[in-house]
Design a protein around this ligand. Structure first.
Ligand SMILES: C[S@@+](CC[C@H](N)C(=O)[O-])C[C@H]1O[C@@H](n2cnc3c(N)ncnc32)[C@H](O)[C@@H]1O
Length: 463
């Protein structure tokens, strides 16, 4: 029986005959795959002929593994065979593997072949060709071929090219001592004002994380908008400003859910608005990059019952689901720096103190009981805010909530040794937030409640 150990042994014994027999095209697909998968690293003088014979095998997986093994030989004499294979290969995965194989050979002889594949209709083939060419990017012919792709219709290709060709790339890996810092004027502050004005006064790149749940569209009595379009525009304007005040590569987490506006009379129907889905394209346009869709699930008994009618009549089309979920959409301020870069901005002690230790939710479905409050009709639970702050910020970071309500984000930030910066326009919610923060275990933390004029004056004093 064929075993991995036996294949290994025959490989180093340079037993060509053994491989000619075990890799004969007429053998079963299972045998061929087994041998091809178990071959591992190959001696440089390994006979490539058994692989070459398999490039026309009827099973795409066999062809793919054959080309992968050819690549391991790093034999420039085989480049043309691989390129020809890629040109005629109908299976996309095998074609991509062939281009990647050519790239992995890291030989200048591959340059013209890889350049030819930059025109391939499959963006993944183009990306593989780019990957292979990057190590030669200082050569003029490679530079000019890559530059031509700057306006490629595929966004991933555009991103890679812009990043690779930008002169900043090297220096961008530097540490920025200012990144973990934030202005004292913003630390542990609630501004009692319209967030639009608060944001106008807030300097660029001053917050590390924003977590918020915006006012609902006409679903509660505390906010009213002229139209749904006006509501979305209002949120878009605010979140564009949030983008401006967010530090490079940092996160914005938005909790929303579809809302229902009840019908005017029995002659009309109620209307549902899919807020998370409608706001998403706006956020992408602003320059937020989509990272995660977390679904916050509440116990069924806490959901409003919409099932009365259907439960009775059971007629199709009349079904209505009781909504037990809300969306927690995670975005990152778009940058070509990796998240690792953001992590590297912190010293060891801060990283150690911020580690998310113990058990944590590993899926994107978070079961959390909703919270309620006598003063505010729509708060989110502290546990939700805690998780977000823990996962998306470091100790000492500044966490912003533009629609702060009774300051749940403030309490959760203090619990996790972060600073909060909150805006809320309703006096009664601001008072409750201050009462809760000052009356909590964080009495010793000096927090401030400011009106707009005070906020602007303090900021001016700091600049
Ligand atoms: C869904 S609640 C947020 C509740 C908050 N997450 C909490 O746990 O307390 C939205 C809040 O946004 C506030 N708000 C609405 N428009 C605002 C504006 N233009 N400026 C500041 N706050 C505003 C409302 O007063 C409301 O308290």
């Amino acid at each position: 029986m064929l075993t991995k150990a036996f294949i290994e042994e025959r490989k180093w014994a340079k037993d060509s005959q053994f491989f000619i027999e075990t890799l004969a095209p007429e053998n079963s697909e299972q045998t061929l795959r087994f041998v091809l998968e178990k071959l591992g690293r190959l001696p440089s003088d390994f006979d490539p002929n058994p692989f070459l014979d398999l490039l026309k095998h009827e099973y795409p997986n066999v062809r793919l593994l054959a080309v992968k093994n050819i690549g391991k030989l790093k034999d420039a004499a085989l480049l043309d065979v691989i390129a020809q294979f890629a040109e005629g290969e109908p299976n996309t995965t095998a074609r991509r593997e062939a281009i990647s194989t050519i790239g992995r050979m890291r030989t200048p002889k591959a340059i013209p072949l890889l350049i030819a594949f930059l025109n391939d209709p499959d963006p993944k083939v183009v990306l593989q060709a780019i990957r292979g060419l990057i190590i030669f990017k200082m050569r003029p012919e490679v530079q000019s071929a890559l530059t031509e792709l700057a306006n490629h219709p595929n966004e991933l290709i555009q991103d890679v090219i812009n990043q690779e060709l930008s002169a900043k790339t090297e220096s961008k890996q530097e540490k920025q001592p200012a990144h973990p810092k934030s202005l004292d004027a913003l630390k542990n502050v609630i501004v009692h004002a319209d967030v639009k004005d608060v944001l106008s006064a807030t300097p660029d790149e001053s917050v590390h994380l924003t977590f918020t749940s915006p006012p609902y569209y006409n679903a509660r009595d505390y906010t009213l908008y002229e139209s749904y379009a006006a509501y979305l525009q209002f949120l878009t304007d605010i979140f564009r400003e949030v983008h401006r005040v967010t530090k490079e590569g940092r996160f914005f987490v938005l909790n929303t859910s579809p809302v229902i506006v009840p019908r005017v009379s029995r002659a009309h129907s109620s209307k549902r608005y899919a807020i998370p889905f409608d706001i998403h394209p706006m956020l992408m346009q602003i320059g937020w990059e989509f990272v995660e869709d977390i679904v916050w699930v509440k116990p069924e008994r806490t959901a409003k019952n919409r099932n009365g009618g259907f439960f009775q009549h059971r007629k199709p089309l009349g079904y209505k689901a009781n909504s037990v979920s809300e969306y927690v959409m995670v975005y990152r301020k778009k940058t070509d720096r990796l998240i690792d870069w953001n992590m590297r901005q912190y010293d060891e002690e801060t990283v150690e103190g911020s580690l998310v230790k113990g058990d944590y939710e590993k899926t994107n479905v978070w079961h959390i009981h909703p919270a309620s409050d006598k003063v505010h009709p729509a708060i989110f639970p502290t546990d939700l805010a805690r998780r977000i702050i823990q996962f998306y910020s470091f100790e000492g970071d500044l966490v912003f909530d533009p629609f702060a309500g009774i300051g749940t984000v403030g309490i959760a930030s203090l619990m996790l040794r972060r600073y909060f910066f909150l805006a809320e326009q309703e006096g009664k919610y601001v008072q409750k937030a201050m009462r809760d923060i000052e009356g909590s275990v964080f009495k010793s933390v000096s927090s401030r409640c400011l009106n707009l004029a005070q906020f602007i004056a303090i900021l001016k004093g700091q600049k």
